[in-house]
Write a protein that binds this ligand. Structure first.
Ligand code: SPV
Ligand code: MN
Length: 651
């Protein structure tokens, strides 16, 4: 069990402001009249003490309270250009930000949870003892903002008033970080006090880029204090390392749901989107995928797009599962975003009228951004995070240097996307989730879609995601287990998180209609791994609509499915019309390749999971029972049909 407010509060310890009178006295001397007046709206004493301590520690030249007003946001935009954190691009409202070459993705080896001695941790996370964290903060944070402006914003992670929304403070000297915060999160300055009271908590995030030099990167740290729900980030700018409203606070929300809201809430690394089914009905999905595995694309395929990265969910009084997006914007990977696969996003990126912060793409001499896989004619030369770039540029080993980083991104408001369901996204009641999906980059094992036969089997799908490493984490390689695609953000023991999943999905609070269908998705099967040749993918991006479309029908009982040991599989005749609807032929041979059961691969996967989870303490026995049952049934099928079981053998 995680205990909040346990151990030393590092921010207070280093700042030295221990009561509200001292906080107010400091704020009166450090803020000018305008900003004092702005801050007067915030009465929450705990919040004011956090702010005062941050100022006492970082010693900025000036403090700016960002109320989210058009004037304040405009000041941040302009200051960002002046400071050089962003530069204007040709299109109105477009800017470019470069992160240092060493800071192009999450710095996993420099990311730690601040823990108390004896606290149980995820086996996949890095702990840092509270005393060691204190030593680091004392060494590097005092005076880190000297000569700089400290910006402070008050945000809500979700529509104000929603059951699973939690407010948070973002403090940074980086204009890029604050500008991004304004696009990605709801500034709730006016409502902050009320929200902190309603939710019973708020998160605090403190960041400074320091001098933002390569020499400082080894000192960069991303520290998350689980007990005090406070983050510290230093000497870096990549939003995944600095804008800790996002993944830093997501980690706290995972903790909170796991330990304080069991059977009530979940905090997931999931997109939220709606599909339109027969008769115009809307069916909402929430789906997990590891970073860099097409979560944004999947989300935007829906007719009612809500979010592409995070979901806060709860069981509502009516017995349905509800989800809100804690964000209001997209921090999306741009590699392979193109007209064919992502028309709505492309319209924002190449059309007019959308505010976009680009990061780490190539900028040509006309100040136009370019990226790998955009389906356009690449320029001959330009400028990127590594400096000058020209077509044919190679590295020391003679390997071609791509024009943009694999993790280069675009930041924009979700409501700019044509199919964004803004009214539902902003509704504190959330979207009713009917289908939960789990996916990963899996070249050879699982079929494109399968639906769990029970809640327990659904939880097992989430627990069993494996995926190839992507460019979203510095230094990551190989195929790895990615439980719920949320593992990088689960601070506590995986067993506790898993227990919370089993408890929630089996909850008696669900109505019969409200209990979601749980399913697996995989778009990454290759020809060579399914009896064909070449490393090309068996499917295309646009097929996503078919897999989601089938789940939409299945969730409403409109199609029957094929019973298999791993779950329910689609019938060919039900997929064909869905492919026809996207103007695509769907040969039976392709279906056979996609849905044949490769028993040895699946069994190897089950064994891998069993072995890994066996090493963890207190993993619920139910998981092993699901694996055992599936393995036995798969081996029986193999006995009968050989190692590759044709889908027709199951009909
Ligand atoms: C991810 O990598 O999962 C992201 C971007 O969504 S980051 O903010 O780096 O986490
Ligand atoms: Mn993500």
């Amino acid at each position: 069990m995680l205990e909040l407010k346990k151990g030393l509060d590092i921010l207070t310890e280093v700042g030295g402001i221990r009561d509200i009178a001292a906080a107010k006295a400091l704020l009166e001397t450090k803020l000018d009249a305008v900003n004092q007046e702005k801050l007067a709206v915030i009465q929450n004493e705990e919040a004011l003490m956090k702010v005062a301590n941050a100022i006492a520690v970082c010693r900025p030249a000036k403090v700016m309270i960002n109320t989210g007003s058009p004037e304040d946001v405009q000041w941040i935009r302009e200051h960002s250009i002046e400071k050089g954190e962003e530069a204007k691009l040709a299109k109105d409202g477009h800017t470019i930000h470069f992160d240092l070459p060493q800071d192009q993705a999450r710095l996993v080896n420099q990311t730690f949870y601040i823990v108390n001695p004896e606290e149980k941790m995820s086996s996949l996370a890095k702990p840092l003892l509270r005393d060691d964290a204190l030593t680091y903060i004392k060494e590097f944070f005092p005076g880190i903002m000297e000569g700089k402006v400290m910006m402070i914003g008050f945000y809500s992670r979700g529509p104000v008033g929603a059951e699973a929304a939690i407010p948070a403070i973002e403090i940074s000297s980086s204009t890029y970080v604050m500008h991004s915060a304004e696009l990605l999160y709801r500034n709730c300055y006016d409502a902050f006090d009320g929200e902190a009271k309603r939710a019973g908590l708020f998160y605090t995030n403190l960041h400074s880029e320091g001098n933002n030099t390569p020499e400082e990167i080894p000192n960069a740290r991303i520290l998350m204090d689980r007990s005090w729900q406070t983050t510290f980030s230093s000497f870096c700018t990549y939003a995944g390392n600095t804008l800790l409203l996002k993944k830093g606070n997501h980690r706290f929300s995972v903790d909170y749901a796991t330990y304080y809201k069991r059977e009530e809430q979940l905090s997931e690394h999931m997109f939220i989107t709606g599909m339109t089914g027969p008769g115009g009905r809307k069916t909402f999905f929430a789906g997990a995928a590891p970073s860099g595995c097409g979560k944004t694309t999947t989300a935007m395929v829906g007719s009612h797009f809500i979010g592409d990265d995070l979901a806060q969910m709860w069981i509502a009084a009516d017995g349905t599962l509800r989800a809100i997006n804690p964000e209001k914007g997209i921090f999306g990977i741009v590699e392979d975003v193109n007209q064919e696969g992502d028309p709505n996003l492309m319209k924002c990126l190449r059309g007019d009228g959308t505010e976009v912060i680009w990061s780490n793409v190539l900028v040509d001499e006309n100040k136009v951004p370019h990226w790998v896989g955009n389906g356009e004619q690449p320029p001959e030369k330009g400028f990127n995070f590594q400096g000058e770039w020209y077509a044919g540029k190679t590295d020391a080993d003679g390997k071609a240097i791509p024009m943009s980083h694999k993790n280069s991104r675009c930041t924009l408001l979700a409501s700019e996307i044509a199919n964004h369901a803004t009214d539902i996204a902003e509704d504190p009641a959330g979207a009713p989730i009917k289908v939960i999906t789990y996916s990963g980059r899996d070249a050879d094992t699982m079929p494109p879609v399968w639906a769990a036969k029970s809640m327990d089997e659904g939880v097992a799908i989430g627990a069993s995601i494996v995926s190839q490493a992507t460019a979203t984490e510095v230094g990551a390689t190989g195929v790895r287990r990615q439980p719920w695609a949320n593992a990088p953000f689960i601070p506590g023991a995986l067993a506790d998180y898993m227990e919370a999943q089993f408890t929630l999905f089996n909850s008696v609070k669900f109505s019969d209609e409200g209990r979601p269908v749980m399913a697996g998705l995989n778009y990454f099967l290759t020809h060579e791994n399914r009896g064909g040749s070449g490393s090309g993918l068996l499917g295309e991006k646009r097929d996503v609509k078919v897999w989601l479309g089938w789940l939409e029908l299945y969730a409403h009982g409109d199609v029957e499915a094929i019973d298999s040991p791993i779950g329910m599989l689609p019938k060919y005749e039900d997929l064909q019309p869905l492919f026809a609807a996207i103007d695509k032929e769907y040969p039976k041979e392709l279906y056979n390749m996609q849905f044949a059961l490769y028993v040895d691969n699946i069994v190897a996967r089950l064994d891998l999971q069993k072995e890994a989870y066996s090493k963890e303490a207190n993993i619920p026995q139910t998981l092993f029972e699901v694996y055992e049952k599936q393995k036995t049934a798969l081996l029986a099928l193999k006995e009968q049909h050989g190692p590759v079981v044709p889908i027709d053998a199951l009909c």
